[in-house]
Design a protein around this ligand. Structure first.
Ligand SMILES: [Zn+2]
Length: 389
């Protein structure tokens, strides 16, 4: 009947060593709506999210595993993240009239006559995996510098590789920068570096049939192109997978993402030859030099090397279709390394990742194009929930 031992541990002995968290973790503190600037926790920046949600909570992976192994504590934490102002409502219809079934940690909405869990309308919807596993997976992905493979996660959590892969893809969805497209980088007097990189497996590692098909298309056709922009003032990067390096593609992305009048540094690729129509444009010709005063693209290139290190080391094969999610993941870690001169801690990065949980979900068919979900039907509105988490 899905009864869980309150202290069920996640199998992570390789990280825990012999120690483990011995102290009694403090109970999660109440969240006051007055402390929040907006209704939504996503309006708050990383540090505030942290202060509100994590100040008395785990600081390391080891502590996180111990902390979230208690289902009640994991539940309370998820509720705080899901309903940051403390006002619980039905995620399906918005009604605030419901009853709470404490033993099963689910609500019953009087308006739409359906049950809802804290997972409904989040990346965790439809997942039969417990909150303890989700929290630990989110912690690991948010904080492991080079990422974590589905095989590693599967071993760590004692789940199948397929489940782990699905979990990681959903978490990456939560890590996607929400501001993308909303606010632009740069501004008058600000400097932005723009560059693109080719990502792709070596032809020699490919299956013969696939290699032949790829080679027929031309030398760079087996590569996926990622365009990136680095705002020197914000010290943040923004990346997109693009279909080609034609002038209109490259320049449209700049126009979409950079404020008019910013100073833009690029290399001398032909695709950037009309950038000066909208921006102050300075070019560095990499056949001659790499830095000329402030004119260089070293920061965005530094990001490319981080991205490629992660892809090479951890993710052995990434289909072009999924590459944008891996890019989102690396962008999240890069953009959440420092804020206003303060080095962001693991706990803060975890809180930031958790804040992207709600309002996003990916179904099995979204991810794979197949409809045979290993979990339940795509809507996740099944009523007989055995295990709420
Ligand atoms: Zn409802």
């Amino acid at each position: 009947m899905g009864v869980r031992s309150p202290h069920r541990r996640v199998n992570l002995n390789f990280i825990l060593g012999n120690g483990g968290w011995r102290g009694t973790p403090p109970p999660p503190g109440p969240l006051k709506s007055a402390d929040l600037p907006g209704k939504n926790i996503l309006d708050a920046h990383v540090h505030l999210v942290y202060i509100l949600c994590m100040a008395h909570e785990p600081k390391t992976l080891q502590e996180a595993i111990a902390y979230f192994s208690d289902p009640e504590r994991a539940f309370q934490y998820a509720v705080k993240m899901r309903f940051p102002d403390g006002r619980i409502y039905c995620p399906r219809c918005g009604a605030e009239k419901f009853s709470f079934i404490k033993t099963r940690r689910i609500w019953f909405c009087y308006a739409c006559k359906k049950q809802f869990t804290v997972k409904v309308k989040t990346i965790m919807e439809d997942s039969a995996l417990g909150l303890d596993k989700w929290m630990v997976a989110i912690w690991m992905l948010a904080n492991c510098k080079n990422g974590i493979s589905s095989h590693e996660l599967a071993r760590s959590l004692g789940i199948t590789q397929k489940s782990a892969w699905f979990m990681l893809q959903r978490i990456r969805e939560a890590l996607k920068e929400r501001s993308f497209g909303g606010t632009k980088l740069g501004g008058s007097g600000s400097e932005v570096e723009a560059d693109e990189t080719f990502v792709g497996g070596k032809a020699s590692n490919m299956h013969t049939g696939r290699r032949k098909a790829q080679e027929a298309k031309g030398p760079l056709m087996n590569k996926t192109i990622v365009q990136g922009m680095y705002d020197r003032e914000l010290r943040k990067v923004r990346c997109t997978v693009i279909p080609n390096v034609r002038r209109d593609t490259l320049q449209n992305m700049l126009l979409k993402n950079i404020k008019y009048g910013s100073t833009v540094y690029t290399d001398n690729a032909v695709g950037y030859d009309k950038v000066s129509y909208n921006f102050v444009h300075d070019v560095i010709n990499h056949t001659q030099e790499y830095v000329r005063g402030r004119v260089h693209t070293n920061s965005i290139e530094n990001f490319w090397s981080l991205l490629k290190r992660g892809l090479k080391g951890t993710y052995v094969c990434v289909e072009p279709f999924h590459l944008s999610r891996y890019v989102d993941e690396q962008v999240f870690r890069f953009n959440n390394r420092k804020e206003h001169g303060h080095k962001i801690t693991d706990a803060e990065r975890f809180a930031a990742a958790m804040s992207g949980l709600a309002g996003r979900r990916l179904t099995y068919s979204d991810l794979t194009g197949k409809s045979d979900s290993p979990h339940h039907e795509a809507t996740g509105t099944r009523t007989e929930v055995q295990e709420p988490f």
